[in-house]
Ligand binder design. Structure first.
Ligand SMILES: Nc1ncnc2c1ncn2[C@@H]1O[C@H](COP(=O)(O)OP(=O)(O)O)[C@@H](O)[C@H]1O
Ligand SMILES: [Mg+2]
Length: 247
């Protein structure tokens, strides 16, 4: 899959949140977006996923050359897009495993053998050090911050999207969990040849990952692009050094 974001402008309540974003993610590539709070990172991921409340005022989003601007989030998921939310929602009465199975069945138009499915889930819960309990519970109900994040990495592993977007997968995690989550995200993506877009505020998670492309966002624009060296520069000089002084 090739994702192309072309001169994308997004407005919320008359305020321009995205001010002309250009970004291309090819098959299997690993991109990172970094930026200060409020720079528009989450909004960008949501608009790519097709969040209904967001209005694209200019520009386009293409998957393999076709515009997806008019497609529902559900159709975008079927194309292979996946977004892990910064704050995953809790859904009462929907068991975690049933949710995953239904999502996978609907995406692939197949019927899944539950025994085999449980086996696959278990192989990941062990790797992710997901403690007992969450598998049997309703989706995200009473999950700790870390359990929610790990649960979403598990979803990514099971659903096998072509492009997985993860919004601050490190937020709310303790130091050990950051390492486990980061390493698993990268491993799962590599194993199933997924492209990755990891959004992060802090560079800490990147000490356990090897992104090929780093984009720095500020005020709804991409203000710098490069490789890992940008992360070092950011550590040294902070976000301010990337933000052009306003005229
Ligand atoms: N639903 C909303 N209503 C009003 N303003 C919003 C909404 N969502 C985001 N914003 C604003 O858009 C800007 C970008 O937010 P966001 O994309 O969440 O940034 P980031 O993820 O980089 O912290 C912020 O100024 C935020 O207040
Ligand atoms: Mg955000």
């Amino acid at each position: 899959m090739k994702l192309e974001i072309k001169d994308l402008h997004v407005e919320i309540d008359g305020k321009e949140i995205e001010q002309g974003i250009n970004l291309v993610i090819n098959d299997g590539e690993f991109h990172v977006i970094m930026g200060p709070n409020g720079s528009g990172k989450t909004t960008l991921a949501k608009v790519v996923m097709g969040y209904p409340s967001l209005r694209v005022t200019k520009g386009d989003i293409l998957v393999d050359g076709q515009s997806i601007r008019e497609l529902s989030a559900d159709k975008r998921a079927r194309l292979g897009l996946f977004l892990q939310f910064q704050n995953p929602v809790e859904i009462e009465g929907v068991g975690f495993v049933n949710f995953l199975r239904a999502a996978k069945e609907s995406m692939t138009d197949t019927t899944i053998d539950i025994k085999q499915f449980m086996g696959e889930i278990r192989s990941y819960t062990e790797k992710l050090a997901i403690t007992n309990g969450i598998i049997g519970r309703s989706l995200n109900q009473g999950f700790s911050g870390g359990e929610k994040k790990k649960g979403e990495v598990l979803q990514m592993a099971i659903l096998k999207p072509k492009l997985a977007m993860l919004d601050e997968p490190d937020s709310g995690l303790d130091i050990d969990a950051v390492k486990v989550v980061a390493q698993n995200i990268q491993e799962i993506a590599q194993k199933d040849k997924m492209a990755l877009l990891v959004i992060t505020h802090y560079s800490r998670i990147l000490s356990y990952m090897n992104p090929q492309f780093v984009h720095i966002m500020a005020d709804g624009r991409i203000v710098a692009e490069g490789g890992r060296e940008l992360v070092m520069k950011l550590e040294k000089d902070g976000y301010d050094s990337f933000v052009k002084p306003k005229k």
